[in-house]
Ligand binder design. Structure first.
Ligand code: ATP
Ligand code: MG
Length: 245
């Protein structure tokens, strides 16, 4: 088994005239936590959509567990073990928190869990893991922002992924909630899940990540160990540029 779980080669995605992702190459080792940062509009969510199969590449190759997956539909990638959260959480509002997570279990790796009672039992385990057990019977629509993030997280974990893509699960959280999210991501990795974390909260992502990737205007401008990447003048400029804007 190769150390590499995931590899992106020459990824390109255009929206009409806009080059949202431009010649992006990177690899993710099994068991790693990889951080992906970059200013607003850099192409981070587009990259997640390309990996998860919500968007098709214009060119490039995506390899997962050594095999090409870039022509597979999203559900087939989920069956192989890729799960993602959405930057804007979209739970089924009328369903209970438990049933939202059970749906994740039913569409997960290896075709998911077919049995509803089993899916609900799995949902309860993941709700406990993310700290939402007390809200399991609530309507999802009743959850506040931070709890919606936890629900997204639980739903993705219930898919039993090998690779979990987290799109800004810490956005809008208080420092205490950020700490809880950092702990949750570390405990997720401890269960053998490889994680790609997209985040604007730089101190948290610096602590969490084994490797950092930095996107700016669709291009990967830096990658490597977090301390080195965050001292890279191009990265500092990309962030200062954003602050001045
Ligand atoms: N479906 C789409 N159609 C057209 N343009 C899009 C689409 N999705 C994203 N874009 C554009 O592509 C660029 C990259 O967007 P993306 O959402 O990937 O950025 P991001 O790095 O996730 O930003 P943020 O930090 O604000 O979430 C932006 O200019 C955005 O407006
Ligand atoms: Mg985004």
């Amino acid at each position: 088994m190769s150390a590499k779980l995931f590899e992106a080669r020459g990824l390109v995605k255009r929206f009409q005239g806009l080059l949202a992702v431009s010649e992006v190459d990177f690899a993710i080792e099994r068991g790693a936590i990889v951080g992906l940062i970059g200013p607003n509009g850099a192409g981070k969510s587009t990259l997640v959509n390309l990996v998860a199969g919500a968007l098709r590449l214009d060119s490039g190759e995506i390899l997962f567990d050594g095999a090409r997956i870039d022509r597979l539909p999203a559900y087939a990638r989920a069956h192989l073990g890729i799960a993602r959260t959405y930057q804007i959480a979209k739970p089924f509002p009328d369903l209970s928190v438990r049933d939202n997570v059970a749906i994740g279990a039913m569409f997960g790796a290896e075709g998911g869990v077919r049995d509803r009672a089993k899916a609900r039992a799995m949902a309860d385990e993941w709700l406990d893991f993310v700290g939402l057990a007390a809200q399991a019977d609530h309507q999802a629509a009743r959850l506040g922002g931070p709890d919606r993030k936890r629900l997204e997280f639980a739903k993705a974990l219930a898919m039993q992924p090998k690779l979990l893509l987290l799109d800004e699960v810490m956005a809008g959280l208080t420092p205490v909630e950020v700490e809880a999210a950092v702990g949750l991501i570390e405990r997720t990795r401890a269960r053998g899940v490889t994680v790609l974390v997209i985040e604007h909260v730089v101190p948290a992502i610096r602590r969490l990540s084994d490797m950092l990737l930095v996107l700016q205007q669709g291009r990967l401008i830096a990658s490597g160990d977090p301390a080195t990447v965050l001292n890279d003048p191009r990265v500092i400029e990309a962030y200062l540029g954003r602050r001045r804007a």
